[in-house]
Design a protein around this ligand. Structure first.
Ligand code: FES
Length: 163
């Protein structure tokens, strides 16, 4: 699929911004993920052209790190930590509850584009395990019982925005 001219321009300008850095790839990918929202194959091809790194290498990096995505992410990205400290305190039941209520598996996005669900490794908040993060905001000591009210909190925000 061909990118729209505006999107292609954005991707190329991000590449050029970091092209002279010694290791531009991670910086470029991070910025594209932030500004464009995801990094599909057609975007990787442009990056490859711009910084002369094979698409296969770029693909390897994009698929290795969970914060890069090949598909568009939802407006709210829910990351449930399944690192050891969180796991022993029941984080599997938390991610299962999100899955059940949102009807998506980890790595998927709801059809309305509102929520994505990700399983994360340690997010550095073991002292307040089990922890989740939503668009970077960390929630401490989450339980499965709190999941519904956390989802409602975001649905309410969306409803307020729509008014
Ligand atoms: S294991 Fe979950 S924050 Fe460290």
């Amino acid at each position: 699929m061909k990118l729209q001219a505006k999107a292609e321009k954005l991707i190329r300008s991000i590449c050029q911004e970091y092209n002279n850095e010694p290791t531009p790839l991670m910086m470029i990918l991070s910025k594209i993920q932030k500004e464009y929202g995801y990094i599909p194959l057609e975007v990787q091809e442009i990056i490859s052209e711009e910084i002369h790194i094979p698409v296969s290498d770029i693909y390897g990096v994009v698929t290795f790190y969970s914060f890069f995505s090949l598909k568009p992410k939802g407006k709210y990205v829910i990351g449930v930590c399944l690192g050891t400290a969180c796991y022993v305190k029941g984080s599997q039941t938390i991610i299962d509850k999100f899955s059940e209520i949102l009807k998506i598996k980890a790595g998927e996005t709801t059809p309305d584009g509102l929520f994505s669900l990700d399983a994360l490794r340690c997010i550095g908040a073991c002292g307040i395990a089990p922890a989740i993060s939503i668009n970077g905001k960390v929630y401490p000591k989450v339980t499965a019982n709190k999941v519904m009210s956390i989802i409602d909190e975001y649905k309410k925000l969306v409803a307020e925005d729509a008014q």
